[in-house]
Design a protein around this ligand. Structure first.
Ligand code: FAD
Length: 425
C-alpha cells in the first residue's frame, strides 16, 4: 500500500481511516472544483525577493524549475483592479475612493460609510496577528502565476542546495537541534519538547512529507524530443516513506501530514463566519461566477465544520499565562523565519509552492489563534471586521490545504498508477 499508516493519530482523537473516508468522499471533489476557479488559480507572488540569510546561493539552471508567469491578458480584469484586495461588497466603491484619495480629489459620490470603511482597512494592521511573511503584492516584482499551469511536481532540485534549506529549517528554526544528516526523534516522549514545540515540528515535517509525496506522484518517468511522461514513481515514494527503508521514520512523517491536514481543516471550520458575511465576495469581476464559487466555498467550510474529530488547538498555549504568551511569540517568530527561508530556495518552482504552502499554513495558524476577533465579527454587510484576510492569504490557505487533500487522495489511489504524457515544447 502506498500509505502505510493506520490507526489513531498522536495528539488528536482521530484515526487515519476516518480522515481518509471524509477527505476522499466529501472534501476532495468540492475543493478540486473550487481551486480550478479564477479566484483561486491566479496567485500573486514575488519570486525575486533576495535570500535574507545567505548570499552565496547559485542560480538554478534546472529546466523543470522554471515558472511561467501570466501575461497581463491572461489575468481576469477584476483581479487586476485594486478591488480584489478588499473582497468586500463595497470593493468597487473602495477602489474609486482609493483612486480619488491618491489624486487628492474629493469624490462627492462616495458615501460616508464607504469612506469610513476604507479608512478602517487602511488603519487595520494585522502584522501582529501574522505567523508568516507576505509578499508586497503591489511591488513591480510581484507577478501573477497560474497555479494550474505550474503544478508542483518533480523538478530535480536536490543535493546540498536543497539540504541547506531543510537543514536551516529543522536545525535553526524548529526549536530543536535536528540535523537532516543526523535526525533525532523530536516526537519521542524523552525529547524534552513541550506539546507546542512538538506540534510545530510535526507541521513542518508534514509539509516536507507533502512536497516529497508530490514529487514522487508527479515524477518525470521518461522524456524524449517529442514528449515527457509524468506519473507515479512508487520506488521513489518507498525510498522516502517505507518503514524498513527509512528505519521507521517514513510512516511517522506520513502521520505528520495527517496532523497538518487536521490543523488546516480546523482553521477552515473556524473561519466560516468570516466568509459567511454577505459583504464578503470572491471578487474576480464576474458576478455570476463569483456568487457560484462563494456558494461552493461555504459548502466546503460547512463540511469542514461537520468533521467531528478535530485537533484541539485550545490545548496549545494553555499553561502559565506569561510563559504561554512568550511561547506563542517564539512560535510566530520561528514560523516567520521559515517563510523567509523560502526566498532562499534556488529552484523557482519549488520556491513558488514552498512560499504558497508556508503562507497557507501561516494563515491557518493566524485563524486558529484569532478566535476572539473572529467571534467578535459583526455580520452586517457594511461594517469591516477587526479580523481580516488578504486575497493572498485566502488563495494560499485553500491551495495549501488542496496539496494535503490531494496527498491523502493520491495515497489511497496509488494502486491505480497513472501516467500523463505531455508534448515537449
Ligand atoms: P530530503 O527530502 O531533502 O530530506 C533531507 C533529510 O531530511 C532526509 O534525509 C531526512 O533525514 C529528513 N526528512 C525527510 N523528510 C522528512 C520529513 N517529512 N520530516 C522530517 N524529516 C524529514 N523537489 C522537487 O522535485 N519538486 C518540488 O516541488 C520540490 N519542492 C521543494 C520545496 C522546498 C521548500 C525544498 C527545500 C525542497 C523542495 N524539493 C522539491 C526538493 C525535495 O524536497 C528534496 O530535498 C529532494 O528531492 C532531495 O531529497 P532527499 O532524499 O535528499 O531528502
Amino acid at each position: 500500500c502506498f500509505c502505510q499508516v493506520t490507526g489513531t493519530l498522536d495528539d488528536c482523537a482521530c484515526d487515519v481511516e476516518t480522515i481518509d473516508r471524509f477527505n476522499n468522499k466529501e472534501i476532495f471533489p468540492k475543493l478540486q472544483k473550487l481551486l480550478s476557479s479564477d479566484y483561486f488559480r491566479f496567485y500573486k507572488v514575488n519570486l525575486n525577493n533576495p535570500c535574507p540569510f545567505w548570499t552565496d546561493h547559485s542560480q538554478c539552471g534546472l529546466k523543470y524549475c522554471a515558472v511561467k508567469p501570466c501575461t497581463p491578458g491572461e489575468v481576469p480584469e477584476g483581479l487586476k483592479s485594486s478591488s480584489y484586495k478588499y473582497s468586500e461588497a463595497a470593493s468597487q466603491d473602495l477602489e474609486e475612493c482609493e483612486k480619488a484619495e491618491k489624486l487628492g480629489a474629493v469624490n462627492g459620490s462616495l458615501s460616508d460609510e464607504t469612506r469610513q470603511a476604507l479608512q478602517e482597512w487602511k488603519k487595520h494592521d494585522d502584522e501582529s496577528d501574522r505567523f508568516c511573511m507576505l509578499d508586497d503584492v503591489d511591488s513591480p516584482e510581484s507577478q501573477y502565476v497560474d497555479l494550474l499551469l505550474n503544478p508542483e511536481r518533480f523538478t530535480g532540485y536536490k543535493g546540498p542546495e536543497a539540504w541547506r534549506i531543510w537543514n536551516s529549517i529543522y536545525e535553526e528554526n524548529c526549536f530543536k537541534p535536528y540535523s537532516v544528516k543526523r535526525p533525532l526523534n523530536p516526537l519521542a516522549s524523552n525529547s524534552g519538547l513541550c506539546v507546542e514545540k512538538r506540534a510545530f515540528f510535526r507541521l513542518i515535517s508534514g509539509l516536507h512529507a507533502s512536497i516529497n509525496i508530490h514529487l514522487s506522484a508527479r515524477y518525470l518517468l521518461d522524456e524524449n524530443w517529442f514528449e515527457m511522461k509524468w506519473g507515479h514513481n512508487v520506488s521513489e515514494f518507498q525510498l522516502r516513506f517505507d518503514k524498513e527503508l527509512t528505519e521507521g521514520e517514513g510512516p511517522k512523517r506520513l502521520r505528520n501530514l495527517y496532523f497538518l491536514y487536521l490543523i488546516e481543516l480546523r482553521a477552515l471550520a473556524k473561519i466560516l463566519p468570516y466568509f459567511e458575511r454577505p459583504a464578503f465576495h470572491l471578487y474576480t469581476g464576474q458576478p455570476t461566477e463569483d456568487n457560484e464559487k462563494k456558494k461552493l466555498l461555504l459548502e466546503l467550510l460547512h463540511m469542514a465544520k461537520s468533521f467531528p474529530l478535530h485537533f484541539d488547538e485550545t490545548a496549545l498555549f494553555a499553561g502559565n499565562k506569561k510563559e504561554a504568551i512568550k511561547l506563542k511569540e517564539d512560535f510566530k517568530l520561528t514560523f516567520k523565519n521559515i517563510s523567509r527561508v523560502m526566498d532562499c530556495v534556488e529552484c523557482f518552482k519549488c520556491r513558488l509552492w514552498g512560499k504558497l504552502q508556508t503562507q497557507g499554513l501561516g494563515t491557518a495558524l493566524k485563524i486558529l489563534f484569532s478566535e476572539r476577533q473572529i467571534e467578535a465579527m459583526p455580520n452586517t454587510s457594511n461594517t469591516n471586521p477587526s479580523f481580516q484576510l488578504s486575497r493572498q492569504e485566502i488563495v494560499s490557505l485553500f491551495n495549501a490545504f488542496g496539496r494535503y487533500v490531494n496527498d491523502l487522495h493520491k495515497c489511497q489511489r496509488a494502486g491505480q498508477l497513472s501516467v500523463t504524457v505531455v508534448k515537449s515544447q
